[in-house]
Design a protein. Structure first.
Length: 367
């Protein structure tokens, strides 16, 4: 009988982190159990001080964490790290830990770290660099979703321009001015090439930016507003049905999923002063950039200058790989993206490394 280890996935409040753990678990093909975690407001303090602890969790809102302990924990996100390490301690060191993304703890705390080029992690035996964030999107899966949804948009002229709007993240602030720029660019492109827009916002899209975008968008379109309890989210349908894709460039997960679709992909740069080649409007004067004094963009700027190299983040490294590899073009450039798809799946590479952790070459368990 083939060995099937006990696998736990630690899920917090960030959908992007959760989806990456699911992508790896599904690539492994082993049964898994999702452990949902909720945190107290002071978790940053307790987690940084104690490091291996449940003190930052709200146990009344968490899934049970009790023996029998798993053979493997897959986790992503800073908040989950102390919980993963606590589980390994309770197992007497038996549990193997896989972290997806940059860890805040020492690299040696994990058996495997799966990371993308946006982070500056040094080369280590337990660090696996993959081209793009892990995701669950495949062309076959999208085609099946497209067949289910296509009839809903038949009244809209083709080509369909699917637009996926993210929002504030790290140094990026999605202002109403940027939303208007993007909508104006779409008006020009769709007027010149024909078609209509299928657009959705996300949980991170500021309400004023979403309102400004919809106010300016003047071509035929269908707009869906994200809501937490929405059970009819067309995000994957928009990926499936797109003839063109336009994605805000701050979300690496959205970019990875869009690139997997294999259709022409445009990246809209949410930087305040993008490079000239992908700028839709002149850089605003400094007094129109006071939003950069908010905590997230300010802390990111300080971290990029002062923090240890491995705690820094530069998403332009992934954006550049997509553009240079023919998988995307910048909104604002004359170039038409070729629709090339990424090479070998990061999920496949990561799954192979995880199996090596838990299985001997002959297929016997090492845990």
């Amino acid at each position: 009988m083939p060995f099937e280890p006990a696998v736990w996935l630690l899920h917090g409040h960030k959908a992007g982190d959760n989806n990456q753990t699911l992508a790896l678990a599904e690539a492994l093909g082993w049964p898994y159990e999702i452990k949902r975690l909720a945190y107290r407001p002071w978790e940053l303090l307790t987690n940084r001080l104690l490091q291996v602890t449940l003190a930052g969790t709200d146990r009344s809102r968490c899934s049970p964490l009790e023996a029998p302990w798993p053979d493997l924990v897959i986790t992503a996100g800073r908040r989950n790290e102390p919980v993963a390490r606590w589980i390994r301690r309770q197992s007497g060191g038996h549990t193997r830990l896989v972290n997806v993304g940059r860890p805040w703890a020492r690299l040696g705390c994990f058996d495997l770290i799966v990371v993308t080029p946006q982070y500056f992690l040094p080369e280590r035996d337990n660090v696996l660099q993959v081209e793009l964030p892990l995701h669950r999107v495949t062309r076959d899966g999208l085609d099946a979703i497209g067949r289910e949804w296509a009839a809903r948009f038949e009244a809209q002229p083709r080509p369909w321009w699917s637009v996926l709007l993210g929002g504030d993240s790290g140094p990026f602030v999605f202002t109403p001015a940027k939303a208007r720029q993007l909508a104006s660019w779409l008006n020009r492109r769709v007027a010149a090439e024909g078609g209509s827009v299928l657009v959705t916002n996300s949980a991170r899209t500021p309400a004023d930016a979403w309102a400004a975008f919809r106010e300016v968008l003047a071509v035929p379109h269908t707009a869906w507003s994200w809501r937490r309890d929405g059970d009819d989210n067309p995000y994957l349908a928009y990926l499936a049905l797109a003839d063109r894709l336009v994605v805000t460039g701050e979300s690496m997960s959205m970019l990875a999923e869009a690139a997997a679709s294999g259709v022409p992909l445009y990246i809209y740069d949410l930087s305040d002063c993008p490079e000239a080649g992908h700028r839709l409007a002149p850089c605003p004067p400094w007094w129109q950039r006071t939003h950069q004094l908010r905590w997230k963009p300010l802390s990111h700027a300080l971290a990029m200058r002062l923090a240890p190299r491995r705690l820094r983040r530069d998403v332009s490294r992934i954006q550049a790989r997509l553009v240079e590899g023919g998988m995307a073009a910048w909104a604002g450039q004359d170039a038409v993206p070729g629709g090339a798809v990424p090479g070998e799946s990061g999920c496949a590479l990561a799954a192979a490394r995880v199996r090596d952790l838990l299985l001997e070459p002959g297929g016997d368990s090492v845990v």
